[in-house]
Design a protein around this ligand. Structure first.
Ligand code: IVH
Length: 666
């Protein structure tokens, strides 16, 4: 072996050992800097010597930028779920059932129920060969490349006494601190926030770009060992063995012999879970012996030898100090409760959402009330009840405001909607800023470099009051701003120039007309063709368009009745934005698929999936995600998912090939 080859091998082994110390044992023995230096040296050597490439090298954990769709893989053993219990009585019933069915002594294992997204890992000869999502339980997505970026999942096992081939299941998690940081960043970028670490983890593991997955620092715990030649009959003993091969197994896992020990475990972890770095939502109780597990077997949905006990959502009780009202970018008013700070699920809570006027009314809320707050699936905690017995003096009743707290306009409520709105779209500052944020966003005009904070800064400096002002921004003005330089200023200007090529339907969406989303904008653009026709359109003209109801029609008419908005449109037109549908697009359009709902499934050879979506839309059809009785047909390529196939057959929905489809629209 050459010197270089042995250095490469030494580095790979050393780096994996440090990964293990850091991510599995949480006991790093070198500094981050020293670690980065080792990794850098290895990256350089591998670049210079591609002949020593190894897909399991720790350098491969950084991911790549290649976009891909995931392949579907069938699970060797179906991925089932667990029965849920919510109190000690139900756990006790489970225990009695096991005792009766086994009719012999047995041990139980209690584990934390980690709240992330489950994964199946396949190891062959000690090497991670495949990682698959749960999917529909029968088959899932091949996410091997993304899973390889998770440092606590070994790519190659330690030791040599593992079964030749085995499967391991576990939970992929996003730690609380990573989740909070990610949401902070998303907030700054004006992107939607993840409601909880579970959604963040499952969203991340399905990203197309594994380099971005690597950046998001996921973690994983393993809890289910499957295969032919497992080392022990005990699940607990097998987990300890897995630990020796390098897997991350929770230290909270315990063996219990009596139901009392199980109850103690539930009590202990209901408290202590609050100090864990990752989210848990309960405890899983399993029969330890695999022989006994096999005797008990499975129902159609879940094992008879295991059950989940779900923790109750955490609650806290605190005082309501005041209620304030926020104006969102669409003018929707959100009432917010300001609370006496209280500890809840690992964070200090000072504010809670009150949602809308009806909820305030039904709680019969008074200032000074002691209220219960809960963290549900949302990021912001909510008030669930008032402790009326704790009222000593009754404070002022909370009455929903009548006027906008930002601009003083009289609030309105649309029929059938719970929210109050400020109608002053053109002069209420959060709405003005919000309109600009929407205008520059990726799906609208895609103007880079104008984040929430920059827009706010420009707004306060009177340089940017409406969407048309964006095109008047001058490089020196921009470059003078705090945290912006000449380079970023030039970037913004270039991005503005590029936005002249954005097609008309997106310009229409970018205007931010209330209730006109991406799809509605397309529908309107394709039926009326240009901005002048839309400006002139009466409510009836709009109502004639597919999927446009009176709420949307009224909103469009009212938008173009405002002098201010017409001025903005004229400025945008002068700047050179697209104000009508291109000739090509018009020529391409037919109504051959008018009123037809189509589901796309599988992989295709003549066009990409995106192209098919486009073709459906251009021909007046509707592309929908899942099969229902309203679906007209399924456009199926190779490897159509079996669950989709079954559903289509059950509902008697026609399945057509790409050739059939192209024939239909030609
Ligand atoms: S055992 C046959 N153990 O909970 C089912 N599951 O509701 C074997 N989960 O899909 C699952 N922590 O995603 C098991 N310690 C644990 C778990 C756990 C979390 C998840 C898993 C599963 C779901 C079942």
């Amino acid at each position: 072996m050459s010197n270089i080859q042995s250095r490469i091998q030494y580095l790979r082994e050393t780096i994996e050992e440090h990964n293990y110390n850091y991510y599995v044992l949480s006991q790093p023995i070198i500094s981050d800097y020293d670690f980065d230096m080792l990794l850098k040296e290895l990256q350089e050597l591998e670049e210079q010597h591609p002949e020593f490439f190894d897909p399991f090298s720790p350098t491969q954990r950084v991911g790549n930028d290649i976009n891909k769709q995931f392949n579907q893989v069938k699970h060797i053993y179906p991925m089932l779920s667990l029965g849920n219990t919510y109190n000690e009585g139900e756990v006790s019933d489970f225990y009695q059932r096991i005792a009766k069915n086994l009719n012999e002594p047995f041990e139980l294992v209690c584990e934390l129920k980690y709240d992330g997204t489950s994964v199946s890992l396949i190891y062959e000869n000690g090497i991670l060969v495949r990682a698959v999502t749960r999917g529909d339980g029968v088959q899932g997505d091949d996410i091997t490349e993304n899973v390889k970026t998770i440092r606590s999942i070994p790519l190659r096992l330690k030791g040599n006494d593992f079964p030749e081939k085995f499967e391991l299941r576990g939970e992929i998690l996003m730690p609380w601190n990573v989740f909070e940081q990610l949401n902070n960043e998303r907030e700054k970028q004006g992107e939607p926030l993840f409601a909880n670490p579970r959604n963040a983890a499952s969203g991340t593991i399905k990203l197309q770009n594994s380099a971005e997955v690597a950046r998001r620092k996921l973690d994983a715990y393993l809890y289910y060992f499957l295969g032919e030649n497992l080392p022990f009959d005990g699940h607990f003993e097998n987990l300890q063995q897995l630990k020796k091969w390098g897997f991350k197994i929770s230290d909270a896992t315990e063996k219990c012999h009596t139901i009392e020990q199980v109850f103690e475990y539930l009590k202990k972890w209901d408290k202590e879970r609050k100090n864990l770095p990752v989210a848990t939502d309960g405890v899983v109780i399993k029969v330890n012996s695999i022989k006994q597990q096999n005797r008990l077997g499975f129902t159609a949905k879940s094992p008879r030898w295991a059950i989940a006990y779900k923790f109750q959502a955490e609650k806290a009780c605190t005082r309501l100090n005041s209620v304030s009202y926020q104006v969102g970018r669409t003018g929707a008013i959100t009432p917010v409760a300001n609370l006496e700070p209280v500890q809840l699920s690992g964070t200090i809570v000072k504010r809670a959402s009150l949602h809308n006027a009806d909820i305030i009314e039904s709680l019969d809320l008074h200032i000074g009330d002691m209220v219960f707050v809960e963290k549900g699936g949302e990021i912001i905690p909510k008030i669930t009840a008032v402790d009326k017995d704790a009222r000593v003096l009754i404070g002022d009743k909370v009455n929903f405001i009548k006027k906008c707290p930002e601009c003083g306009a009289e609030l309105v409520r649309f029929e059938g909607e719970a929210a109050h709105y400020c109608p002053n779209e053109t002069h209420c500052s959060p709405q003005q800023k919000g309109k600009i944020e929407h205008f520059v966003s990726r799906k609208a005009m895609n103007i880079e470099g104008l984040g929430t904070e920059t827009i706010s800064l420009l707004y306060e400096n009177n340089l940017l009051k409406n969407i048309a002002d964006i095109y008047d921004l001058k490089v020196p003005d921009l470059a003078r701003l705090e945290r912006l330089g000449v380079k970023s200023a030039l970037n913004i200007k270039h991005s503005c120039e590029d936005s002249r090529n954005i097609p008309f339907e997106r310009v229409l969406f970018a205007l931010g007309i209330r209730f006109v989303g991406e799809t509605t904008a397309k529908k309107i653009a394709y039926s009326l063709h240009n901005i002048d026709k839309i400006i002139e359109a009466k409510e009836d003209d709009l109502l004639a368009i597919d999927e446009v109801g009176s709420r949307i029609a009224q909103s469009v008419v009212s938008y173009f009745q405002q002098e201010e908005n017409l001025k903005i449109i004229e400025k945008l037109r002068t700047y050179g934005l697209q104000m009508s549908l291109s000739e090509e697009k018009l020529a391409d359009r037919t109504d051959k698929l008018q009123g037809i709902s189509i589901v796309i499934s599988g992989t295709f050879s003549q066009h990409s999936r995106e192209e098919y979506k486009d073709l459906i839309e251009k021909n007046g059809g509707k592309n929908v995600g899942s099969i229902s009785s309203k679906t007209n047909f399924v456009l199926a390529g190779e490897n159509m998912g079996p669950s989709k196939l079954e559903k289509a057959q059950k509902l008697g929905i026609r399945i057509i090939s790409e050739e059939d489809f192209l024939g239909m629209i030609s």
